[in-house]
Design a protein. Sequence first.
Length: 319
Amino acid sequence: MISFELSVEDLADTRFAISSLNETIFSLRVLRDPGLSALHLPWRRSVLARLDPADVALLVGVVGEKLALPDFLTPRPAVFAPSFEEELAIVRRADPRVVRHDLEAALVAGPLPADDASAVRLRDAVCEALVRYWTLALAPTWPRMRLLLEADMTYRARQLAVGGARLLFADMHPNLRWQDGVLRIDKMIGRHHVVVSGRGLLLLPSVFAHKPAPPVSPDEPPSLVYPSRGVATLWEAGPSPDPAALTALLGAPRARLLRLLEEPLATVELARRLRVTPSAVSQHLRVLYATGLVTRTRDGRQVLYRRTPLADRLAAPPR
C-alpha cells in the first residue's frame, strides 16, 4: 500500500492537470496486455496495424512485469496542460542514474542498462520511439480524449465543492480510501507512506489507467493518476451518416461533389460528370477546401481534388 498524508494546506493546494505524455505512457500497458481492458481493444487493433513492430517491442519493454511504469517517463506536469513536446523534453534530460533506478524499481523485465552510457542510449531510443508512437497512435484522437478528461475534472471539482475531500475521492476507484487526512492506495508494488508537507497533491485523470497510479518512488513529488469517467464511450463508432442530412448541411451541389471525390479528380472532369460549368465547380471547391473537406494536389498542368478523412466520414454510405 502507498499512502499520502495530506494537511489542510495540502488539500488547499490540490490541483488537476492533463498530460498527453502520461496518456501515451499509460497506453503502453494496453499494448503489452490486451486483456487489461476490453474497452480499449478497438483502439489497440486500429493502432497496431500502423506501428513499427520494433517500436512496439522497445516501448512495451519498459513496462514492468506487474505493469508498473518507470517514474522518469511520467514527469509531474508543471502547468495545467503541457504539450507532448514540452514533457518529452524533460524525459530527454533524465539523469542516467535515475533512468537505471526507475527501471529497476518498476520491475522491468529483461537486461537493465549496465552503466550510464547504456542508460542514455536506451533513454534516447525510447524518446525517439515515443515521438513516432504519439504521432500515429494518440495524436489523432487526443482532442476527443482531452474533452473527456476535462469533463471528468469538472465532475471532480463539483464533488470537492459539495462534499470536500471525502466525496472527491469516494468514487475514483475501489483501491482508494480517504480517512483521517490520509489517502491510501491499495494493491501497489510499493510500500511507503509519504508526508506531503505543503507540496500539494496533483491529480491526473487518465483514459488508459485501469487503477490509481502514484509514483513508484516515495521521493517523487506527490501525484496520482486515476481512471477517468466516461471511457466506455470514447471508442464508440458514431451514427451512420444520413445522405439526406449531408445534403441539408452542404447543399445538393457540394454534397454531390464530395461523393464524387472518393478518387482524385480535376475541375474539368468534375464539371463534365455534374454537367455544370468548371467555374461553378471551382466556386464550390474553394468553399470545401477552406473548410477542410477536400485537399488539392498539382499534377502537371491540372489540380486534383480529393476528400479529406473528415469528408470521407461525412460521405460514407449508411452501414
